[in-house]
Design a protein around this ligand. Sequence first.
Ligand code: TRP
Length: 449
Amino acid sequence: MQNDRGQFSSRLGFVVAAAGSAVGLGNIWGFPTNVASNGGAAFVLVYLVLAFCLAYPALMAELTIGRHTRSNIVTALQAIADTPRVRRFGWLAGYCGVVTASLILSFYALIAGWVMAHCFAHLLQWLGFTVLAAWLSEDSLSRNLAAALTFLVLTVAVVSAGVHRGIEIWSERLMPALLLLLVSLIAYVLLQDNAAEGLSVYLVPDFSRVTDPELILSALGQSFFSLSLGVGTMLIYSSYLSHEENLPLLGAQVTLVDTGIAFLAGLLMIPAMFIAQKQGVAIYNGDQLAAGPDLIFRILPGLFESMGNGGQLIATAFFALLAIAALTSSISMLEVPVSLIVENSPLRRKSASWLTGLVIYCVTALITVFFDQLFGLAVTLTTVYSEPLMGIVLCVFAGWVWNRNSLLRELQQGSPEIARGLFWKLWPGYVRFVCPVLIFAAFAQSLLS
Ligand code: TRP
């Protein structure tokens, strides 16, 4: 079975795929939105600290467990358990991760569908197909269902082609395109008049806000979502990694790319908002900067439209950027249930992918139809409850359940010299005590507030 599992063909393949998972709507939409609603640069500062001090160590827990057990999250947690009771708990927690990943994909596909629809709408508008463009850009049940379906079909097509031929190759194609689009759009926006005001909101922190519990919580949630933590995504990706690689280094590279791209996305979005304001688009709701769908589907298109017909092309590029980011993330979410099915049933990858995709689409359709009742619920259940709790479970499995010598041996694989470094001295204790306590504190605080 080991050979059937598939493997990344190179270190770069893994880093690009894992970074592709990490870089998603969470970076390009969620991060700037959080910056806007949490007082600008203070949020950026807290986010960067948390990403490296808390999310990175938690990421390492997933990566080490995954590479060691070479299996999906359910089998992995059972494999490192030492007693039958812990094994049962591992089984339950593993399934909880799989369900969470699938549920995240269900609402993610809906948003990604909107984004894709807007991308084609602006392109068609530019080409003069105004009727079709209008259908694609206006909110309707038929458009939402069709767009989410298209997006999920793309996701399934990539995953069903396999780890190397699907996930790795497509991540290597899409991520450079994403970077190119992002950098070009930033250059364009920063060359406009009035970019400076947005830049100062984004880059000059108001230090009095840095200790605001609300802000710290949002930053923590954002950093966990952004690194795709807590549901077995990173775990399964590292299970496809060779034993020769230096895990702490690869984990650090993924974290750097993820935070780097979030930072760049802010450099695009926040100045763009203030330029839009100068063009007469309202960017404040009361005294809060606009955020969420309002920012993405009203303010930014408003800005692009004020740039004349060429603006349609810029808008196309902007929504293509979001759609690409979403696709490299959604494939990593789908891989969580698909790997479980492939490793524990006679089904092959192709059938497992299409079947899972179908089930997820049914949930997406439910969320679309009962949007007001279900959308917020799905987001809260997964990102506020399940991800932090599962983050704690994974740290506890790495730090307490897993035999310590075996853990250290796994870390040393591919990088024997690591035993002399700071990571080696700090991380095992850190993942045992500091990570679970801090994540729990933040979680408890979020429930109380
Ligand atoms: N990290 C992605 C983003 O920022 C989303 C994502 C992909 C994700 N896989 C995940 C989130 C697994 C939670 C769990 O948009």
